[in-house]
Design a protein around this ligand. Sequence first.
Ligand SMILES: *Cc1c(COP(=O)(O)O)cnc(C)c1O
Length: 869
Amino acid sequence: MKAIRRFTVRTVLPEPLRGLEELILNLRWSWHHETLDLFRSVDPALWEAVGHDPVRLLGEVPADRLAALSEDRRFLRRLQDASDDLNDYLTAPRWYQGLAGSGEDAPPRAIAYFSPEYGITAALPQYSGGLGILAGDHLKTASDLGVPIIAVGLLYRHGYFSQSLSPDGWQLEHYPAIDPNGLPLRLLRDASGAPVHVTIGLPQGRDLHAQVWLARVGRVPQLLLDSDVEENDQANRDITDRLYGGGGDHRLLQEMLLGIGGVRAIRAYCEISGHPAPEVFHTNEGHAGFLGLERIRELVSEAGLTFDEALEAVRAGTVFTTHTPVPAGIDRFPRELVQRYFGGVNETPDVPVHRVLELGAESYPDGDRTVFNMAVMGMRLAQRVNGVSELHGRVSREMFGGLWPGFDTSEVPVGSVTNGVHAGTWVAREILDLAAREVPAVVESGRGWDGVRVVPAGEIWRVRRVLRERLVHDARRRLRESWRQRGASEAEIAWIDDALDPDVLTIGFARRVPSYKRLTLMLRDPERLRELLLDPVRPVQIVIAGKAHPADEGGKRLIQEIVRFADDEDVRHRIVFLPDYDMALGRALVQGCDVWMNNPLRPLEACGTSGMKAALNGALNLSVRDGWWDEWYDGQNGWAIPSADGLAAPDRRDALEAAAMYELIEDHVAVTFYDRDSAGLPRRWLEMVKHTIATLGPRVLATRMLRDYVEGYYTPAARSARAMAADGYAGARALAAWKQRVLKAWPGVGVEHVESSGEDSPHVGARLSIRVVVDLGGLDPSDAAVEAVYGRVDESDALIDPAYLELAGGDPVDGGGLRYVGEVPLTRSGAFGYSVRVVPRHRLLAGRAEMGLIALPPAPHGMTNGDLR
Ligand SMILES: *Cc1c(COP(=O)(O)O)cnc(C)c1O
């Protein structure tokens, strides 16, 4: 029998309590403490029993309690306050509404944000890990800042699995069914009240139907497509059954629904609600990439553009964020699968299947011709692409450099926006209250973080103790539950009453369990770990959580290794594995631990955000310099586990990094934590905590991330999209025609001759004159830029961080070709070199590398000098 939780507010709530319905239907409660207080006061015991889920609370609260509340003047006043506050929050102008820029330069009227998963609250289990949590934080922060995002995703009937353990420590998975009627969602209905359906064509003339659920994340509407509708056969109803379930076909269908169905859902939503149409489309990872195809189809069929013209218009307004530096993590389909779903009877003449296949083809030297690569398509369909930390940006430029052959890695057009976290979701209330009391400036304006340094150390320590103790109690409760599930008797779990200690240095360690995260690195030398845990003077305790992908047997073995170690009587009071890592457990962990530990294989962690959450709560990070920690570790805000990432032998590398980690914990982390002054305070530790909050606080917040996206991506993309769309898409038409011309002419473009003078007596401050003759293959000089590339060179004459100078000219020379000249300043001493190149140039390109076309001198034509003085 299907487990269903069902709840229909309208029939249950007495009239005076109707306001609760609106409060619950807006997920802002998930990060608004006053509203949560109000829910709790409905029935405090039940609130705990339903795991802080307000929908379940109202579904289960006895009718006589509701009747009493509807006559409780104090409760009704608080309800009114909460409703007023929500209304203010939804309507008052916020940061975005104060942004400068008008007309063509204005920030976008609306942005569509696509993600296959969202972590908004533990009560809505529609996420598996970091990608979803980030998407949830993105929406909440967009709401806080007033950024006009419309979010699109899928509604999974089984969400992600919940995890428990077998008696011998093996991961067991359960997929509790959700009933959307029991969630804070409403069906999207048209003006007549009928549910909106989107339909997409499938091979064999079948249609896939989906209804659309509407959630409200503060000011942000979120549309979730759901294929579990009567018009579908069972196979199609199951398309949205679970997150990342099933193989090739199933996943492709999910992604078609998300991308193509998502655009159609947005169109319906905007028409019904009067919401402005998105000018920018942001795809969080490649899974939603088909949205670009749907927008091309719209433009071809509705605006009469050709495929290439539509492609230009779509690219200009698309932002693609890539999230994985692990090649195996890239989403790829067999080419013939895509051929089958986008070809045959399902092919529309507006979007020919061979064009679709081209977009996802790995057409670079070591690419695989048999696959369709969603990330590669993402890059071809988006004029702006970014990774999620500076290091990940660099790694991505290398990883995808093959799409821009001939360009140096540094010029590959992939930028970065380092992830951030949503304070309201992750920061403990006690910390927020302390901040409001001691440093109100930070709370009000988000500025003045240095004020944290004057907060009395004793106050911080007191709050840290409260949070650590809460984690200890929460961990004991979870541990008891887990041991009971594993079949232990009450007598066998009596020890749990004393498991963990609210005064012992607490290390948090939670993650998904792909191999690069190295769950078991700490077990490398079990005796050494045991000593650290049981140190009589400076003990350490470790709280661990994590889920392995259901198909990942290796990951499950790692979990079992940890569980077996932690089951041992000698150490079980100091190291615990807590099953079912989700947002609620994550929050308890990042708030209660003193140290957040992270030991991925550098550089495979794209960003990581758990350590940011911990830092905002006053914990210190102990981590391999990967992702965000590579960028912001400063020697005072925690510890860097040295990475042996040059080492090819994985076993040797693990051994070295583990040894360094043990040593850091023993000689630095524990020593600092237990070094107390006469008042019992760890002075140095608390200095580090203050320094962490003061310096990392403003950076790790998702408000910084959202501003970076708005200023660096959304607004420039809106500008480009407007330039393409103006005057009946004249820009897109012109750019497409120009690209055709350039592509055709490019084989004839070349650098014929290079000469320079001034290198006979080079010294700093001198100038090098460069004269070049190029053949533009019939292109006009306005179509191309001829550039000198110059700067320091290494032993093999490769230019390091070169500068670029556009050469002037374009005058014909006798005997053919065009002459260009320029003067390069010699600004620094040492080995110096230059080269020249020709690249396409057009005002509507976002960068010189965009087309991946470049012409270089035939032979290595740079020159190298000895010492420049
Ligand atoms: C923050 C968070 C993540 C992402 O953490 P990483 O640092 O990227 O490993 C995953 N799951 C949950 C429940 C989280 O709260």
